[in-house]
Each structure stands twice: as structure tokens, then as C-alpha cells.
Ligand binder design. Structure first.
Ligand code: NDP
Ligand code: GDR
Length: 327
């Protein structure tokens, strides 16, 4: 019989790719959707799956809506991807971020405990939990030192998932995912900001690109590859936590060079530093060790940073050429 999944954060980058992946596997896919004034369904439309997913209204902050969603969907698997996920905003809205990104994880876990404790649960943990790490390469046992309200909130979500696993035998797995991007990445994140700007500059529609700390280093992978790892975690016999990363790190500067060079441009002619874009506390360098995921899940990243950035530039060139909204 076909399995059923409920995805919170279905309108986000990962929610859209995961929906497509699960639909292709024959799942019934339900999306838990917080109604907003604006159109948040564009990613599902972009991937051509809007008509294939079933939407249930709700909000992570509202436990009753989560209970209702579990009862209506009869989900076998819940993927908790919803969050206030932009690190920069987490200093401007620290309380909301703590409530949505951190505290709400316990709402999802409580809903599972109350409705059907056999449901398998995936929590979207993050490399931001490592923050000011002293380890050159981070794995599942690396000590956490989050640097933002977002990172602190995610750490709560991570540990409460482990706690419900240990306390109530809930099948809860946390994926510690390093940065992953795609043509449907939010425009506020640095990769998409850069690829979109490079395309506009190429077409003469923008003249400068203002960035913050371009010496920050990240382990960037492709979201489409990473959603498979989420699914694999819930297909195991026992719940566990996994680092998902490419095992390679690059600076924002190097990423800019790749994006602009692809279009025959020199990024140094266009990028300017704006001190206002620096963060109150920065995560300087992240590099993940995906060894455990390879050994236990048989997962490894297929797409590395250069190929990823180039395909994002291609997609943004199409958007600018056709005057399509950038979202
Ligand atoms: P996005 O920011 O693209 O998506 C976040 C989703 O959460 C959106 O669908 C948003 O809905 C939804 N959401 C926000 N607040 C609520 C709420 N109160 N109730 C219900 N839904 C809500 O994130 P990504 O897809 O990039 O990431 C998915 C998850 O993985 C997030 O939890 C993120 O923190 C985490 N993560 C992401 C990484 C990455 O590099 N992308 C790396 C590691 C972890 P709406 O569209 O209506 O605003
Ligand atoms: P991050 O992603 O904070 O790692 O969180 P983001 O792309 O926002 O920043 C990456 C690095 O680039 C530096 N930077 C800039 N960032 C942005 N957004 N805009 C700029 O102009 C700019 N200039 C330099 C940042 O300082 C940072 O060092 C993402 C999110 O998806 C989280 O939800 C997720 O948990 C982590 O990745 C893993």
C-alpha cells in the first residue's frame, strides 16, 4: 500500500523538492500550509506538482492544527521542515524564531505522541548548530556552539527530537544538513542573491551587488540531492542522526567568482562590501563529514558547488531573459 507523508514547510525549498521526490516514489503527499497574504505556492508550481499534493491548513505554533493534520492525513511519516530559516532575521525576530524554529518542534512531537506514536519523524537540524566550532571538520559527535538565535532554536529542536526518541520510543531522526541550495532557493540567501545579481548584471538590469562577509566558508550542496537523505533516514530500522554534506568548503568570494566567471564577468568589478550586512556573530567556517551517511544510508552528494552555482545562474538567466518574477 502507498505510504503517506505529511510535510511541514512544504512551500519552502526543501519541502518542494521533497514533495516531488516522494510523489515519484508513489507516496501520498500532504502539505501543512500556513496561510499567508502572498503567494507562497510558487515553488510547487515551478516543479509542476501543485495539483499532486494535498494541502492542510495549519501553523506550527498551533498544536491543535498539527493534531488535526495528523488525523486527516493518517501520515506514516512526518518531515518537519517548517521554520523561520533565515539566520539574519533571527536577530531581528529572536522570539518568533525561537517559537517557530525551536519550540514548535515539541508541538509536532506531542501531536505524534498523542495521535499515533508509530509515525516516523524527521527533524530538519542544521550545521548552524556547530557555529563557532573548533573542529576543522564537523561530524555527528562534534560539540555544538550556535552563534545565532536561529542556531540556538535549532539546537532545542535537535535535542527534543533525541529526547522524545529516548523517552517515548518515538522514531525521530535528525538530519544535520549543511547549506544546500537550488534554483528555488529563497532570494535572501547568499547563493541565490549572487546568481540572481550576476544574471541581472549580465542583462544590464543591475549595476552592483552588495554583500557582507565574503570570507565566510560554507559546505554547499544541492537541495535536490539532500532530500533523498531525509527519506533514507526514515527508511532505516532504527532512528539516528546524520550529517549531510559534500565534504568540501568554499568561501562566498569563491562562489561569486564561479557565478560571475560563468557569464564572462569579473565579480570584483561588481561586488561591494556593505558593513550593514555583517552579522552580530558570524559562523566563519563550516565543513561537514558525511562518512556516517555514506556508510549507513548509502548516501553521498552527487552535485558539487561549481556545478550547483552554474545551474543556478542558468535558471536565473532564464528568469531575467523572460522577465519572470524572481521571487
Ligand atoms: P525555507 O525558508 O525555504 O522554508 C521554510 C518553510 O517553513 C516555508 O514553507 C514556510 O512557509 C514554513 N513556515 C514558516 N513558519 C511557519 C509556521 N509558523 N507554520 C508553518 N509553516 C511555517 O527553508 P528550506 O526549505 O531551505 O529549509 C527547510 C528546513 O531545513 C528549515 O527548517 C531550515 O531551517 C532547515 N535547514 C535548511 C538548510 C538549507 O541550507 N536550506 C540547511 C539545514 C537546515 P511560508 O512559505 O508560508 O513562509
Ligand atoms: P546561512 O546562509 O546563514 O549559512 O544559513 P546564508 O546564505 O544566509 O549565508 C551564508 C554566508 O554568507 C555570508 N554572507 C551573506 N549572506 C547573506 N544571506 N547575504 C549577504 O549579502 C551575505 N554576504 C555574506 C553570511 O554572513 C554567511 O556567512 C543557511 C540557512 O538555509 C539556514 O536555515 C541553514 O540552517 C544553514 O544555511 C545551514
Amino acid at each position: 500500500m502507498a505510504k503517506t507523508a505529511l510535510i511541514t514547510g512544504i512551500t519552502g525549498q526543501d519541502g518542494a523538492y521533497l514533495s516531488k521526490f516522494l510523489l515519484e516514489k508513489g507516496y501520498n503527499v500532504y502539505g501543512f500550509l500556513a496561510r499567508r497574504g502572498s503567494d507562497t505556492l510558487w515553488r510547487l508550481r515551478y516543479l509542476n506538482i501543485l495539483d499532486d499534493v494535498k494541502i492542510i491548513d495549519g501553523d506550527l505554533l498551533d498544536l491543535s492544527s498539527l493534531i488535526r493534520a495528523l488525523e486527516l492525513s493518517k501520515a506514516d511519516e512526518v518531515y518537519n521542515l517548517a521554520a523561520q530559516s533565515f539566520v539574519g532575521t533571527s536577530w531581528q525576530q529572536p522570539i518568533l524564531t525561537t517559537q517557530v524554529t525551536g519550540f514548535s518542534v515539541i508541538n509536532v512531537l506531542e501531536a505524534i505522541r498523542l495521535v499515533n506514536s508509530k509515525i516516523k519523524f524527521y527533524q530538519a537540524s542544521t550545521s548552524e548548530m556547530f557555529g563557532k566550532t573548533t573542529e576543522t571538520i564537523q561530524c555527528e559527535n562534534t560539540v555544538f556552539h550556535p552563534r545565532s538565535p536561529y542556531g540556538v532554536a535549532k539546537l532545542f529542536g535537535h535535542y527534543i527530537t533525541i529526547n522524545y526518541r529516548e523517552s517515548f520510543n518515538i522514531f525521530g531522526s535528525a538530519g544535520i544538513l549543511f547549506n544546500h541550495e537550488s534554483p528555488i532557493r529563497g532570494i535572501e540567501f547568499v547563493t541565490r542573491k549572487v546568481t540572481s545579481a550576476a544574471a541581472k548584471i549580465k542583462y544590464g538590469k543591475q549595476s552592483k551587488l552588495y554583500l557582507g562577509n565574503i570570507d565566510a566558508q560554507r559546505d554547499w550542496g544541492y537541495a535536490k540531492d539532500y532530500v533523498e537523505a531525509m527519506w533514507l533516514m526514515l527508511q532505516q530500522d532504527t532512528p539516528d542522526d546524520f550529517v549531510i554534506a559534500t565534504g568540501k568548503t568554499s568561501t562566498v568570494r569563491e562562489m561569486c567568482d564561479i557565478a560571475f566567471s560563468y557569464l564572462g564577468l569579473n565579480y570584483q568589478d561588481y561586488v561591494e562590501i556593505d558593513q550593514k550586512l555583517y552579522r552580530p556573530a558570524e559562523v566563519e567556517r563550516l565543513l561537514g563529514n558525511p562518512k556516517k551517511a555514506k556508510e549507513k544510508l548509502g548516501w553521498e552528494a552527487k552535485t558539487l558547488m561549481k556545478e550547483l552555482i552554474e545551474l543556478m545562474v542558468e535558471a536565473d538567466m532564464e528568469r531575467v531573459k523572460d522577465n519572470k518574477p524572481e521571487f
